[in-house]
Ligand binder design. Sequence first.
Ligand SMILES: [Zn+2]
Length: 445
Amino acid sequence: MPDSPAREPADLLITHGLILTIDRADTTLRDGAIAVRGAEIIGVGPTKRLLDAYQPTEVIDATGQLVMPGLINTHTHSPAVLYRGLIEDLPLEAWLEKLWVSERQFVTPEYVRLGAALAQAEMLRGGTTTAVDMYWHPEELAQAALESGFRLVAGPVYFDGDAPDRQDTDSREASGREFLQQYRHHPTIIPCVMPHSTYTVSPKSLGRARDLAERFGALLSTHCAETATEVRTVSERHRYSPQGLLDELGMLDERTILAHCVHTSGSEIEQLAEKHVTVSHCPLSNLKLGSGVAPIPAMQKAGVRVTVGTDGAQSSNDLDMWTALRVNATLHKGVHQDPTLITAREALRMATVDAAEAIGLGGRLGSLEAGKLADVVILDLRRPHLTPLYDVYAHLAFAAGRDDVHTVIVHGKVVVRGRDMLTLRENDIMAEVNVLARDIQQSQR
Ligand SMILES: [Zn+2]
């Protein structure tokens, strides 16, 4: 094609794909293209039009492929992949106690960095481009993310008592303040203050977490009403339910993400909607730990913003957002004997645009539109389990999986290309993990 002076420069042009924008109108484009400059999408439209309009440095031909926004996991503890499959078949409280005793022996900054790198490799390969990640030593999570190219929501954890990182609240808060200062305007690291829960953090420390989040305008995320035991314990101790206590402390607003909300009453659901709080629904973790099934359809009906998380692999064994998405889109139909609940489209929105809003990037992330950040996932459609293709949403919610992910772009940068991880040395990471795992397993005997 002859060069025309009218063609605008672009760094990347993805051509000939089936583009699923997940914009407000749910626009899909056959033989569509996306132009990217720097970290941003600058054009979305028919391939022919974009080829005429842009002069790209690089072209990715997405013939036979689906192009969609990256998935956003709103609740995980990524370095806990190092405990995947080690402690099984226990109730949450007993399981946590066993985990924390062991973690106290192993959690160091190096451990966190290694675990985060392994987890980010898993997530990026699977099409998850962003995660809300609650773990000790968040500065190490951030370093791992800067290296892998992952978009990370993280920050200081509050936890009273004998914590796995062997720090006290004062020192953790001091380094947390530095973290928030350092990343408050960062392009890919989004600060979030993370008190663990109302059963492991005192009201006084919860108040400190709230103040710190307010001072920096940061997000706030905590576990809430995960099990019936938690609700009973907190209610006896504080005369408030977990959510009630958070409300009493002024911690419920549009920047708050509550993980789980399984044992949430009708009036509490109304409150979540009124205060614009986000729920991170972790269906697989709740099923596997026997915690129950969160009242997601009631939350939807009340207008609560519901998003999806995997939780950590120490409990739910998998950071695969496709499975979380599929369980979310099927579980509630079965429980309520109503196949109209949580449509494939709704399930997809929860894991993309709704989650982007939850992390404060509603206008910037979660859909493929000009002016938004280029977090893009390309899936192979030419596969037996995806052929024929009638309804792309149904395929994504009920048939597609992470093995279909071919190429992944975060913040305009290609991090996985043709199933090759470009930013991390996975073999070295796995070798190092296997050495550490031997020690972890020995300690369990
Ligand atoms: Zn969790």
